[in-house]
Ligand binder design. Structure first.
Ligand SMILES: C[S@@+](CC[C@H](N)C(=O)[O-])C[C@H]1O[C@@H](n2cnc3c(N)ncnc32)[C@H](O)[C@@H]1O
Length: 276
């Protein structure tokens, strides 16, 4: 009801205000409503949850879990399209050198839209994954079983809210894939991931991750309760602190997927032992 009223107000504003005013009101956000209504409500919600003792990650996962229970024909169609979108990411992963005999872990695998392609591809290797939202994982894995016959029961897939990597119980992988996750994580959590990911890497492992960069001169910019932009220097310095070299692979994204201007793809590899 309130959502409908707000949509109506937004439509009237779009119709009567000059486009440049709408763009000015929108700023760096994807909508005026997102900036002036959704963001303050979510900020307040996060603030109250933190006061009640919830961590950021618990709050964020609960928020995402909530979306998975909403059902309507439009939502179902949107979800189906979202799952099909995994193909682009999969093409990027292959272009980066991942082969069927490799062991891969996906950090923040969400609903498994890439897992649906990676699991059968890794015929001689293995896949594991994790996500903070148990609801998203369940919804995605149910879909993969129903629609694509992929049974994930035998795989190491973990719903968790800690960035320790201890839940992989000593597993070592060749590649770690982390797509569209860091832009939803606060600084302390990102640092925990970068500090701990070492536990599942061997000397030649590669940790691929994306981040969103708006302004190359700004290390961190918070865009909303659960959205952050970072620059390359932020990740390079963090990597340096924990013994990683960083390379950029954004061009591989550009060539293989509908590309969002702000998205960057980077890889961490371990510095030679003598340089760590
Ligand atoms: C935008 S979605 C991307 C999902 C998936 N990588 C994809 O491309 O389909 C971000 C996901 O990261 C997960 N996430 C964020 N922070 C996390 C954390 N610290 N540990 C595990 N999962 C996390 C969220 O639960 C969410 O499913």
């Amino acid at each position: 009801m309130i959502g409908g009223i707000l949509d109506g107000v937004a439509a009237i504003c779009r119709a009567i205000l000059p486009r440049r005013v709408v763009m000015w009101l929108r700023g760096d956000y994807s909508s005026v409503r997102g900036r002036w209504i959704q963001r303050p409500i979510e900020d307040l919600n996060l603030c109250l949850s933190r006061l009640r003792g919830m961590s950021y990650l618990e709050w964020y996962a609960r928020r995402l879990d909530g979306f998975t229970t909403v059902d309507s024909p439009e939502r179902r169609e949107k979800f189906r399209k979202y799952m099909e979108n995994g193909r682009d990411q999969f093409n990027v992963i292959k272009a980066l050198g991942v082969q069927p005999h490799h062991a891969v872990h996906e950090f923040g695998m969400g609903m498994g839209r890439v897992a649906g392609l990676l699991v059968p591809y890794l015929s001689g290797g293995s896949f594991s994954g994790n996500d903070a939202s148990a609801g998203r994982l369940k919804k995605g894995l149910d879909y993969l079983k129903r629609e694509q016959g992929i049974d994930a029961d035998h795989l190491l897939i973990v719903a968790n809210k800690d960035n320790s990597f201890d839940w992989l119980k000593g597993r070592e992988v060749d590649y770690i894939w982390c797509f569209a996750v860091f832009m939803h994580m606060p600084e302390r959590d990102i640092e925990d991931v970068i500090k701990n990911v070492r536990k599942i890497m061997h000397e030649k492992s590669v940790f691929f991750f994306t981040y969103s960069e708006k302004n190359p001169n700004k290390r961190i910019e918070r865009m909303g309760s659960h959205d952050w932009w970072h620059n390359a220097a932020y990740f390079r310095d963090l990597g340096e602190r924990y013994g990683f070299d960083m390379q950029l692979h954004t061009e591989t994204l550009r060539q293989n997927m509908a590309y969002h201007d702000a998205t960057r793809l980077a890889a961490f590899t371990l510095k030679p032992a003598a340089a760590r």
